[in-house]
Structure formats: structure tokens, C-alpha cells
Design a protein around this ligand. Structure first.
Ligand code: SF4
Length: 124
């Protein structure tokens, strides 16, 4: 997802949240945000797919449109930091036999002493 798209989604979510239970009319959102219908609709659909907002069809000024409402039950996206340090120490990364190693072969992860020792010494 591009940064502009992510920023647009963030702004839409913020506005929809602020409007609370009444939600916001989708077609009015575009003028507030200064985006066109196509660009805005994509961002809205992405938020709907993530379960952060819902769309309900309605008639507004004689035209079909949607009202967008925040879905508070859904947890927002969280960012996790994962350390690769334990993985990077795997003996396979520096093993000369890596390209010949495989299930059923002479060099085999199921029978490898180096890998077994690594796993045993890094398990809790
Ligand atoms: S499992 Fe053992 S033999 Fe196979 S690549 Fe890893 S360290 Fe090398």
C-alpha cells in the first residue's frame, strides 16, 4: 500500500470515528478530503475489508450513496517488532551442505547434529 493511500485511509478512519454512531455520508467525504470518487472509494473499500468501518446503503438528496460507520469492536492494526537475531544464528545459513540438504538425503535436517544442537540450546 502506498504512503498516500495509507494516509488517506487514516484520515477517512479518523473522520468516520469522529462522527460516531451517525456516521458520515460517503459522497460528502470526498469534498472534505479533496479526493475523487474513485480514489476515495478504493480507500473506503480497503477499510471495509479490514473490518474497521462498515458501509450502509442509503438515499441522500434523491441519490443512492453510503453512510460509513466506525466498527469499534474491531481492534486496530498493531505493529509488531520481531527480532531476527535467533534465526540469523541458524547453522544452515553458514552450512556448506545447505544446497544438498533435504528430507531423505544424506544431509538431512531431521538427522543433523548441528541443527539439533542449535534448536536444543535455543528452546525454553
Ligand atoms: S540441517 Fe544441518 S546439514 Fe542441513 S543445512 Fe542445516 S546445518 Fe547444514
Amino acid at each position: 500500500m502506498s504512503l498516500m493511500r495509507a494516509e488517506l485511509e487514516r484520515r477517512i478512519l479518523e473522520i468516520v470515528k469522529q462522527r460516531g454512531r451517525n456516521g458520515v455520508i460517503q459522497s460528502e467525504l470526498w469534498s472534505v478530503l479533496g479526493v475523487d470518487n474513485r480514489e476515495g472509494s478504493r480507500a473506503v473499500l480497503s477499510l471495509v475489508r479490514k473490518g474497521l468501518i462498515k458501509r450502509e446503503q442509503m438515499l441522500y438528496k434523491g441519490r443512492k450513496t453510503y453512510v460509513l460507520k466506525y466498527v469499534p469492536e474491531k481492534l486496530e492494526e498493531v505493529s509488531l517488532k520481531v527480532s531476527l537475531n535467533p534465526v540469523i544464528k541458524l547453522p544452515c545459513f553458514v552450512c556448506r551442505e545447505l544446497y544438498r540438504c533435504g528430507t531423505g538425503g544424506f544431509f538431512n535436517p531431521y538427522k543433523c547434529n548441528l541443527l539439533t544442537y542449535f534448536l536444543q540450546s535455543n528452546s525454553d
